[in-house]
Design a protein around this ligand. Structure first.
Ligand SMILES: [Zn+2]
Length: 411
């Protein structure tokens, strides 16, 4: 408990406020990366802190602390945040107007990225600094890895360029550890499971024609209408045929946008996007094939051309794979004990209602979980915020866990 007690609640709160005030909307992570690197470099608790570019102007940050006979640990997070247009519109003329203001209102920090995931990165930095404050060092190697390019949404970015470069050894040392914590917000629960996903963009091309001579056209919107019906039927069948996961719920697909028509003419083009939730045990290849064959069959029935593009490749060419570690995995069990020791409450083991980058680490045989303060359900919205009390408690928990997992010794 010595290291956990050495966490400075005021210092970690200030760290998150500073971090939030440095915008890092994908793909502009560099200034924040430099800041995070500096904060580690200036602390005696860290042995190294370095930037490694995965693309020009887009660095990852790697740090190390301690080492020896103890178990090793990787603490990872992403540097980027989603954009802020929604925020500025929603809060115009109020005290929350500035998305990078990081004001504390009623015990909560408000701002873009406070929870997703500047809190996670700052909790990591402070948890390691706590070893220095306690006059101790981790007895196993602690590595920190902060990557760029996790968040989707900005055209041309958000495809995991940062972590991909890292696991391929193109940006800093290839990650290697006995256990990993990736600090996506989890409301301080342990997320052992996560969904996989794929995004499909389907385009039908028919033939536009003057409205009064529809027999000269091929109606892509009519084909699209049939496609929508077939896709929703497919989703209903998935809910029935794929057994629900106890932490993640049901598999399904959601049509997220449709565009067609506009002129007083036979619509010659129909575009649709969908996201498919994929459970552990399901195959991305099979999910993609099902969608392709539904799209092709309807296209054939209606005489339209069809293309299907899987536009969000992550750790798989069609999307991101699902992932799960057992609740009795030693790292999970140790983190649960740290939560209980620090909070006096039993740890909650839950499933992530999102996809993030932990599967890249799994592929290097590094088992891991998500754990951090903050609630994903208000992230990516104008209501993103973080309770200061939760931040401090989660940072103490992380410090406690590092000391338990790696061990701590007097240097
Ligand atoms: Zn995130």
């Amino acid at each position: 408990m010595q290291v956990a007690s050495a966490v400075d609640g005021e210092a970690v709160t200030q760290l998150v406020r500073e971090a939030t005030r440095i915008p890092s909307v994908t793909p502009n992570e560099e200034e924040f990366a430099r800041w995070a690197c500096r904060r580690m470099a200036e602390s005696d608790a860290f042995d190294s802190a370095e930037l490694f570019e995965c693309e020009p102007g887009r660095p990852n940050v790697c740090g190390t602390a301690g080492g020896g006979a103890g178990r090793s640990l990787l603490l990872a997070g992403h540097l980027d945040t989603v954009a802020v247009e929604d925020w500025s519109q929603h809060w115009a003329g109020t005290d929350r107007e500035d998305p990078f203001g990081a004001h504390v209102i009623d015990g909560e920090l408000w701002g873009r990225g406070v929870a997703d995931q500047k809190a996670g990165i700052c909790a990591i930095i402070e948890a390691v600094r706590a070893f220095g404050r306690a006059g101790l060092r981790p007895a196993g190697r602690v590595s920190t890895l902060f990557v760029c390019d996790e968040e989707s949404g900005q055209p041309g970015s958000g495809v995991s360029a940062g972590i991909r470069a890292s696991v391929e050894g193109r940006a800093g040392p290839r990650p290697d550890a006995d256990f990993a914590i990736y600090t996506e917000p989890t409301t301080s629960a342990i997320y052992t499971a996560q969904m996989g996903f794929l995004i499909a963009d389907i385009c039908y091309t028919g033939v536009s024609a003057y409205f009064g001579r529809p027999e000269l056209g091929v109606d892509a919107l009519r084909a699209g209408h049939r496609l929508l019906d077939r896709l929703w039927e497919h989703s209903d069948r998935l809910r029935e045929s794929v057994p629900a996961h106890e932490l993640l719920g049901e598999a399904f697909l959601l049509v997220t946008s449709v565009t067609s028509g506009g002129n007083i003419a036979v619509p010659g083009r129909f575009e649709l996007s969908l996201i498919r939730k994929i459970l552990p045990g399901e195959s991305l290849d099979d999910a993609a094939t099902s969608i392709q064959s539904i799209a092709a069959k309807v296209a054939g029935e209606h005489g339209v051309e069809c293309t299907v593009d899987f536009s969000a490749p992550r750790d798989h060419r069609f999307g991101g794979t699902p992932d799960e570690v057992a609740a009795d995995q030693p790292g999970v069990a140790a983190l649960a004990r740290s939560i209980e020791a620090v909070t006096g409450e039993p740890a909650r083991i839950e499933g992530a209602p999102y996809w993030s980058e932990k599967p890249f680490l799994r592929d290097l045989a590094i088992p891991g979980v998500y754990f951090a303060p903050g609630d994903i359900s208000n992230c990516h919205t104008p209501f993103e915020r973080l309770a200061v009390d939760e931040l401090v408690t989660a940072t103490r928990t992380l410090a406690h866990f590092i000391a338990q997992w790696c061990g701590a010794h007097d240097p």
